[in-house]
Design a protein around this ligand. Sequence first.
Ligand code: HEM
Length: 204
Amino acid sequence: MNMNDNTAVADDNNNDDDQAPATARRRTMIGKKDPDACLDQLIRSLCIPATRMVEAADLPKLNYLRCMIMETLRLYPPMPLLVPHESTTDVDVAGYHIARGTMLLVNTFAIHRDPKVWDDPEAFIPEREDGIPFGMGRRRCPGENMAMQMVGLTLATLIHCFDWERVGEELVDMSECSGQTMPKKLPLEAIQHRASMAHLLSKI
Ligand code: HEM
């Protein structure tokens, strides 16, 4: 699969994006649908002052950040088949007979891109409903809250402290390679330090 859509971010609050090619490159697209609007909204939503780092207490207020993470997890679920489950009894589901003791894999990757479930499923639209990247029911991931805190804090901090820029003109390659957690085939590059945050970063 090659989505050929793009990830991430950043802005320096200048409004000269339409002019310099270098600035245009900074505005790396998110997804195929209205990427600039997604970016602008994310950056605007992170109204943390440059005098301090992002803190865990900020996260409940950063709703759009959460939407961005959940939409990323919909398109790229780290556990695309969840973990194997086993039926404890004979059961009929959607016309299929499942015998007791059958190993069951839930293909969330396919569910998350099913056009019968999602409008324009390949498009990155943070405003849409969440997928099921943490599973469902009794065996749902117990680390979900911790994971959302860690990912949220890390992503918000990266956006807050650094300017992001693509290395070249090519779009970010979102192909995955084999592995249980669907790792990216090519690493994502690269960071340019935002000078205004240097005094805070040097204290860490
Ligand atoms: C973005 C991060 C994470 C994702 C996407 C994720 C996703 C999942 C998924 C899909 C499952 C299987 C659910 C099912 O089969 O129904 C699972 C299980 C589990 N996860 Fe996570 N997880 C994440 C982070 C974490 C963290 C941070 C912890 C612990 C601190 C954790 C602990 C567990 C455990 C213990 C299970 C097994 C639960 C069981 O079998 O009853 N996960 N996770």
